[in-house]
Write a protein that binds this ligand. Structure first.
Ligand code: WT7
Length: 607
């Protein structure tokens, strides 16, 4: 195994050389002429190089023994299996890609994928990239309104969805959300519907042509040429929440992106050819893009997907699946660990877990108790636990251990090879050890996002203006005397609820969409299982009487506007909100008051 300190020191002597070495392990139609073009704040990697993520995820394996290896194992909620070898997956992807082409899809077209966790989700993603179309995956738990905003911002030409799907004991009618979202849409030409549940399609929106997935692919050829893409051509857009305004479309490209995700999985999870990798995320999030789908396939291993939730049919389902399918690397989120911890460890004793070699955690800070529980009762104190810090924007792991290092429970260790990070004050100066400051990245990395879709101003303002010259991550952190990073949490108005990223402003505008609400302020509050929960302070319109029924109604308003992941835990009706003289809500004052912390500087407070 690699010596971290030695390899890291070597990698940052000249990060461009380091990343060029990695890029050479992958396949390119045409090599690059320049490794990095850094025109602050835009980085373009492997300039002049031509490739395609799918060329590396599928095509290049077809001439090797990997072709007959299992690429994807999918288990449905009722435990039925669908397995695809690389060859079979390539066939399915090619057929669907040809189907898309038959509908007139061209390089650069945007396609919204609103599918639950089923193989078609992955086939659709790969098919888009294969023909140079740009996918925008929208998490299936998002509401019709949230879907509508994302389809409109991306100006999607096609929407791919399922008729309905099982979610625990419920059946979710996701096609209905699509109908609502597209009621007034001007750009979508076709809706492709996967029949996850047979004969359950309600074709209500007749203005836009609907096609069933199966009908689209039946007569298609199994051969489809993979489009040659320039290294920095966009591969996908993924919407994520920020401090202000609506969710922003983070754009990732082909060349740099694939190099970064390939290397991080390879070293952080010490990939070997017989790995069966299970990331419990959903392809609706960046973890799903990078580490369920693209990087495991680029690395030529087997990726495992379970359709259901961690508590369905019961809370032992994950443990049963690990043993049954001999999972070797298991990557999940602190919120899930904390939820499962509640059931104690007695029931875990009957599981073998001997196939497991590495554990991983992602999405929010992992508290030492959860870390130790996971390490002890699932890892049996024998295997390492990788706490990986990264973001939708970074595309790849940034602060993370590799298996050979000495771990400290609750610390995400140090920067990955070729990544230079630091923790600084308001002026960009390094803070002393064990002092909280802003987490920054000092130089570009290959999987760095290319831009914010339709909004370059937001790209510059959010990430590159607060501290000039570096990437401003939006997290606070500390570095201890051994150089280990301890991520504290967001330093902006982003809230992490069960690892899901939500913006205060976005939640407030959801509340205000209810005609009874005059003003709203939303904060995140520490929560035992979810990490953070949503608390709202609401000023009602004149004449509206506060009541518990109204609270319930407002919870519904927010769920309808964003989705169940945004369900508020607490609502307080108030007369006034703390504001600056220019009228901006001072959420930090509310938060300090709520948590009983010092309120800090209130000189700009109006009242
Ligand atoms: C934010 C990014 C990265 C994929 C999933 C989340 C928080 C993420 C960790 C970690 C502490 C973490 C940060 C970050 N976060 N991983 N290991 N330790 N915090 O991606 O939705 O873009 O959210 O998640 O606050 O900024 P995302």
């Amino acid at each position: 195994m690699l010596d971290y300190e030695k390899t890291y020191a070597e990698s940052i002597k000249n990060p461009e050389d380091y990343w060029e070495g990695i890029a050479k392990e992958l396949s390119w139609y045409k090599p690059w002429s320049k490794v990095l073009d850094w025109q602050y704040p835009y980085a373009r990697w492997f300039v002049g190089g031509e490739t395609n993520v799918v060329y590396n995820a599928l095509d290049r394996h077809l001439e090797t023994p990997v072709a007959d290896k299992t690429a994807l194992i999918w288990i449905s909620q009722d435990m039925s299996e669908r397995k695809f070898t690389y060859k079979q997956l390539n066939t399915e992807v090619s057929k669907f890609a040809n189907g898309l082409k038959s509908l007139g899809v061209k390089k650069g077209d945007k396609i919204t994928i609103y599918l639950p966790r089923i193989p078609e989700q992955f086939i659709a993603m790969l098919a888009c990239l294969k023909i140079g179309a740009v996918h925008s995956v929208v998490y299936s738990g998002f509401s019709a309104d949230a879907l509508k905003n994302r389809v409109e911002d991306a100006q999607a030409k096609i929407v791919i969805c399922s008729n309905s799907y099982p979610y625990g004991k419920k059946i979710i009618d996701s096609k209905k959300n699509v109908d609502i979202a597209l009621a007034e849409n001007k750009t979508v030409e076709h809706v492709i519907v996967v029949e996850r549940i047979k004969n359950n399609t309600n074709d209500t929106n007749s203005r836009i042509k609907h096609i069933k997935w199966n009908e689209l692919v039946t007569s298609q050829s199994t051969e489809c040429k993979t489009e040659v893409m320039e290294s920095s051509d966009p591969a996908f857009i993924l919407y994520t929440s920020g401090s202000t305004g609506k969710p922003k479309g983070v754009i990732h490209g082909h060349g740099g992106y694939m190099v970064g995700i390939y290397a991080t999985l390879k070293y952080v999870f010490d990939i070997s050819p017989d790995d069966i990798f299970w990331s419990t995320a959903d392809a609706g999030w960046i973890t799903g893009h990078s580490y369920i789908l693209y990087s495991p396939l680029i690395n030529g291993i087997t990726t495992f997907v379970y359709e259901g939730t961690p508590d369905f049919p019961d809370i032992e389902i994950w443990w049963r699946l690990i043993d049954k399918y001999k999972i070797t690397k298991f990557y999940t989120a602190p919120t899930a660990i904390r939820a499962l911890m509640k059931f104690g460890e007695e029931h875990l004793k009957k599981y073998d877990f001997s196939s497991l070699k590495i554990l991983g955690s992602v999405g929010e800070p992992i508290n030492p108790e959860a870390w130790l529980w996971f390490y002890k009762h699932v890892g049996r104190e024998k295997i390492p636990l990788m706490d990986t810090w990264w973001q939708t924007e970074t595309g790849m792991h940034m602060i993370t251990p590799i298996p050979s290092v000495k771990l400290k429970p609750g610390s995400a260790f140090k920067p990955f090879f070729g990544v230079e990070a630091d923790v600084v004050d308001d002026h960009g100066n390094k803070v002393p050890p064990n002092t909280q400051g802003y987490l920054i990245i000092k130089k570009p990395w290959p999987s760095m996002f290319l831009d914010v879709y339709n909004n370059p101003t937001r790209y510059k303002e959010t990430y590159f203006e607060k501290i000039p010259g570096v990437y401003f991550a939006g997290d606070s952190a500390k570095i201890d005397e051994d150089g280990y990073y301890w991520i504290v949490g967001r330093n902006d108005d982003v809230i992490k609820v069960s690892g899901h990223r939500l913006g205060s402003a976005e939640l407030e505008s959801a509340f205000v969409s209810n005609p009874k609400v005059a003003e709203a302020a939303v904060i995140g509050k520490p929560h035992e299982v979810k990490g953070e929960s949503i608390k709202a302070f609401i000023i009602l319109k004149q004449g509206v009487t506060p009541s518990d029924e109204l609270k319930t109604e407002l919870v519904q308003t927010v769920r309808k506007s964003i989705g169940p992941i945004a369900t508020p835990d607490e609502i307080d009706f108030v007369e006034k909100l703390p504001k600056t003289r220019s009228g901006k809500i001072m959420r930090r004052v509310l938060k300090a008051q709520e948590l009983g912390l010092p309120v800090g500087d209130t000189s700009t407070l109006d009242d």
